[in-house]
Design a protein around this ligand. Sequence first.
Ligand code: ZN
Length: 252
Amino acid sequence: MDVNQQHCLNCQTTLQGTYCHQCGQKDVNRLSFLDLWYAFQQFVISWEAPFARTFWSLSVAPAETARRYIQGQRVRFAHPVSYAFWMMTLMVLLASFKGVSITNFSAQTDTPASVNFVREISHVVDNVLAYLTFLVSWLAALANRLLFWRYHQRVIEYFYAQLYWAGHITILTILLLLFNLYSRTTFMTVFAVSIPYYVVALARFHQTGSALGRYLRAFAAVLLNFVFSAVVIGLGFAVYAYVVRSSAIFNS
Ligand SMILES: [Zn+2]
């Protein structure tokens, strides 16, 4: 292979420097073990540094982190979808490794049928928890857009902010799982703790207007998101129960 390349080996464009101005590929030589080392370094640096920075930044300043990402510091921080995805994945893997149900809705009902149904719902929610986070974050974005309509943020911008916060709050569950402190009530406790986190983050995410107004709106947005989520997830379970029941009848 020619070391002094005239053309990009990826798209054949005439090279004017080390990097192709058309497709961005670097002029390459024959593969060597050094490439493997560089690839590994590149992967660790490009993934770990923004991830660690995002993690730290969301711990001390959740609102500012989301705002900075949205306003253009895209390389500095991890992508919100990727951040939420990795946090949820870590939590789900850890829970399955420890043999713990994340939701573990306590079945304190009297009939065995409803105990089974609640257990089944818990099992289903455990399996789709990562997807539910994305769904609930989207509903939260809609609620935020409605309550803060005057700020002209886009729904997608709220969605990314919510993903950061939802992903980050997962660290509580991860830590509790890690130290074997996960109990029946943990899901609800984390849920309760996350409310003030969302309210403060959302209120501080917006910079103009009175602080009291922003906090009230943020609180209302979180409540509205509960309503949205309850309706959408409730409908989801109604459909699920209907499908399960009709397939049970079908099979009998
Ligand atoms: Zn090229």
